[in-house]
Structures are given as C-alpha cells and as structure tokens.
Write a new protein. Structure first.
Length: 191
C-alpha cells in the first residue's frame, strides 16, 4: 500500500498469491484482468511493492474478492476478525487511515474507514473502479477534497458524496488535526 503498514503489505502479498493460484491464473492473466502490469504484480506478490489502495482493490475485484480479504492476515480471515486494521500511514505520525468494517453482499461491498490528516498533510488517491462512490463526514477540522473539476471544503459536522472512479485528493488546509469517516460503496465491474 502506498505508505501502508508492513503487516498489510505482507498480507496482500500472501493473499494475492494464494488466491491467484487457487483460481489457476497465471500472473500475466491476473495482471490483464486487473489492468495492471505483470511486473507490478510480480513485485506485489514478492512483497517488494508499495502498492496503492486502488490497485489492491482492482486485484481483489479481478479475483472476485472483497478488498478486506486482500489486506487481512490469513488467520484473521479464517476468524473474520482483525479489524480495525491500519491500511495507510502518512509521513506525519498523525496522518493515517484504518479500515473499520467491511460488508459484502452479492453485487456490492460497503466499507467504513476512519481517516486522520495532520495539519497541511494530503493523501492522493488513484481512481477507484467504475461505479464506486464515497461518502465522507468530517467530525474535526476542515477537509479539502480536490476532484478533477472542482475543489470542495467540508467543514466539521458536514458531509460530501462523490463518484470515486476518478483521481482525487484529501487535504487538511487547517492548523489542527483533521478527522473524518469515509464510507465507500463498491459495485463490482464485469471482467
């Protein structure tokens, strides 16, 4: 994960390889299905790549898995436990994101995240899969969301929804810690 924790990077590496082999897919075929390069897939499976959240989501979708099944440890998957799990860590100690819950239903996955950004810090996100949407709610500070066609300021106590199949950026323009929750709704796209 881009700035992901070592535990999560290792979990993704192990889960990816196991799921790919269980499905009888070559690295080349899985890379094609996920829309990434074979070289990137090789590096992710080897635990040598600091992969983005969006890329892990693309791989999970290509394998017919939920994002949470890619980031949890094998033991946690067996017990459906080990959440919350810190997925992203920024350069500042106060900047991080944790996956709190994940709910899968046929045709849809909903995730609940908790995010924090230190004053002046940002997180640049790649586009999610087609059909994905985010709902954000700020409970401390001010969140600036930069979309390709506009920039939105979300004040404490307010919310914002947007289609996240585009690149976007979270930014804390204020002098204090920013805290917000994020729900992401993912509808799998056909391969």
């Amino acid at each position: 994960m881009s700035n992901g924790t070592l535990e999560v990077i290792q979990n993704v590496s192990a889960n990816l390889r196991q799921a790919r082999l269980q499905r009888g897919l070559s690295q080349e075929k899985l890379a094609e299905l996920a829309g990434i390069s074979r070289r990137m897939l090789v590096n992710i499976e080897a635990g040598e790549s600091n992969v983005s959240i969006a890329t892990v989501d693309k791989l999970a979708s290509a394998l017919g898995l939920a994002f949470v099944d890619m980031v949890r440890s094998q033991a946690a998957m067996a017990s459906k436990g080990k959440l919350p799990l810190r997925i992203w860590q920024g350069q500042a100690a106060d900047s991080h994101a944790s996956l709190l819950e994940s709910l899968y239903r046929p045709g849809m996955t909903v995730e609940l995240w908790q995010w924090q950004l230190a004053a002046g810090d940002s997180y640049q996100a790649e586009a999610d899969a087609p059909g994905c949407h985010e709902m954000l709610h700020v409970y401390a500070g001010v969140l600036q969301v930069d979309l390709p066609d506009r920039s939105c300021l979300v004040q404490t106590g307010h919310s914002l929804s947007f289609a996240s199949d585009i690149s976007y950026r979270y930014h804390n323009p204020g002098p204090a810690l920013l805290c917000f929750s994020k729900n992401i709704i993912m509808i799998p796209h056909p391969h």
